[in-house]
Design a binder for this molecule. Structure first.
Ligand code: SF4
Ligand code: SF4
Length: 94
């Protein structure tokens, strides 16, 4: 299951997406994020509790601003840190 955190509005598209099937709960992305945007959380996946990466409640509605320090990079630290290719970043200002 791919969980999208973020939004699309008149100014563009801003999402962090986590593939909960690929995520192994290692926490490397959380450690790599310079802005404390990510956390580990427990989700019910296929009827079992699983530890996966997520965007904190606080940052979900302001990804455009929270992730701004990473904006110029094609591959932000969270994406680089993930050996499972489970996290992606969509940044499309218009
Ligand atoms: S680095 Fe990848 S596998 Fe590890 S917690 Fe983050 S998204 Fe999941
Ligand atoms: S894009 Fe940057 S600020 Fe946003 S979650 Fe990833 S590492 Fe953190």
């Amino acid at each position: 299951m791919i969980v999208h955190y973020g939004y699309k509005d008149g100014s563009g598209e801003y999402f962090i997406s986590v593939d909960t099937d690929k995520c192994n709960g290692c926490g490397d992305c959380v450690e790599a994020c310079p802005a404390n945007v990510l956390e580990m959380t427990t989700m019910m996946i296929d009827l079992e509790d699983k530890l996966v990466a997520a965007v904190t409640e606080e940052h979900r509605n302001k990804i455009k601003y929270s992730c701004a320090p990473c904006k110029p990079e094609e591959t932000p630290p969270c994406v680089s840190a993930c050996k499972q290719a489970a996290i992606t970043h969509t940044w499309k200002p218009q």
